[in-house]
Design a protein around this ligand. Sequence first.
Ligand SMILES: [Zn+2]
Length: 413
Amino acid sequence: MTAVIRRPFIHMIALASVLLVSSGAALAPTTDASVAAASPLLAYEARLAGDDARGRLVISFDRRPDFAIHYLANPWRVVIDLPETAFGIKPEDMTARGLFREVRYGAMGGGAARIVLTATRPVQVTLADVQPEAGDKGYRLVVDTAMITEKEFTGLLSRQTWTASVSPRAADASDRPAAVDDGKFVIAIDPGHGGIDAGASGATTNTPEKDVTLAFARELAGILGKQDGVRVILTRDKDEFLSLSQRVQLARNGGAKLFISLHADTLKQKDIRGATVYTISDKASDHLAASLAERENLSDEIAGVPLDDGPAEVADILIDLTRRETQVFSVNLARSVVSSFEGQIALINNPHRHAGFRVLQAPDVPSVLLELGFLSNPEDEKQLLDPAWRRKVAERIAAAVSQYRATVVANGG
Ligand SMILES: [Zn+2]
């Protein structure tokens, strides 16, 4: 009865979460194509209530929402998929409580939105229903949940036929210009996080990291784009979610010769400030690098995306050679950035570090991840939100890129 879609090279962990869905009667999504095609839904009010055994989520929309409900394991999650939705609800009305320890919602890209409820124990949706609001105020989605046993949860997963994939954003990049080989040096700029994954948030202003990285990426794109022979592509230019592998794929599809991922995370040690440049490695350079990479790599999990298929080509000796060569270029770019910042922009101790960031895994595109500063540090936060500071840093990065092109690429690329 259950059709399990199994792609090749699937990860064991992905397997646990990919299996999906049944034709559960109460949970069947409503479908109304005419509604889906219109402007984004507006979620204008929400309420999450309950205790540690059961919960009720009520969200009011301006019109009838299509929805679909799925489950993911490790950790236990309920995923509610929606068409493109503008979330005009107060974050405090969706604060995690009782059965749920985390609630996230936001854009998924490709005209979809998602709510992910992470539970403290195995959980089941007992009712999912759309009802008209009184007085012509649209419709409300009511989702009731209750704790179940681990065994029952495993049963739920095994009956799902959902493939759990995000919309095929990278493959179908229909709203993006196709890659053209105009002989230019293409640089992919990747604003970290986005959509349902807000990233860190500012110590003082609460500004989400996804906004900081996007503002910086636009600034950097403007400056780099003026360099001779350079063309810039942004992995995202709006508030939407991209999986880590989609970011890598967008850069490769676009013919990128460099990939720069931008972040501004938080640390427990609030006094630490300054920029860091990361390159990929199997073994982290230090604890801080390891824990940052671990957190960055959670992005897909936050959005309810199963881990990607393992890299099928790892055993390929040519890929391995390419990877090593690419690594040399990445390290050179990182060094150029550090020396361009020295004496101009605050850097942390040992500013070039390395760890297993999954967004840096393209075998053939030299890649660095730049932590511009830390949103956990009030002084860094102030700078990150200052357009003049952004411009200065973007100019230093652009200088590092032209140095890299003039020396490293000219001599070996
Ligand atoms: Zn980040």
